[in-house]
Design a protein around this ligand. Sequence first.
Ligand code: 6PG
Length: 240
Amino acid sequence: MDTKQHIFKDKQAVAEAFAQYLAEQIAYSESYSIALSGGSTPKILFDHLAKEYKTLIDWSKVKLFWGDERCVPPNDEQSNYRMTKEHLLDYIDIPMSNIFRVRGEDDPNLEKERYAQVLEREISASNNIPQFDLIILGMGEDGHTASIFPHQMELLEDSNWTAVAQHPESEQKRITLTGPIINNAKKICFLATGASKAEKIDAIFKGSSDSQNYPATHINPTNGELHWWIDEAAAGEIVI
Ligand code: 6PG
């Protein structure tokens, strides 16, 4: 697996380094499509971007999408859109027309179809699949990524670009991107921090047989780059 590992002292340092990387990627591009993730590390990243990159990034070039969303209204505490709004969108100058949220309040089966059409319309395709410039992903303690959980491994190969997924414990419905569109991205960046991620990360990097059961293991871009941005706690035993 040709993975680029970026290891930093703690989650704040991961967020700061990644923000700088992101700003450079955007600066070199005429337009830049990003699928965002929920989770604790993106929250810190958004705070840092809001504070330090408000004017350093030309946000009018950026189109924002979501890799997954909980099926709740946009003002719900669980909404990934709400988190992004409160930590980033409220502070930066980005046209509303560049923000493509998943409508978590709508019927999930209709919304997944609508969102797939939005992706087809807004993002140019490669291999007949919309190709994001960048997809930011997290990894849960069970090895899930986006909202592809271990009990729904079939979503890694779903020929539709979006699917309705379900959280294994709460049974909350989610809309998620599927494996084929994630793996078609130009760049995929995992942001994962904290000691609770170390065991899974070690297994994924070593390619252990257990790791085959973790959705995150199967994120391998067809033609793009795979990056893991992690802190020392998540890196665990990995030799730097
Ligand atoms: C979500 C996510 C999810 C998340 C991981 C890691 O909306 O739940 O997109 O895949 O990234 O659960 O979350 P943490 O960074 O909080 O550990």
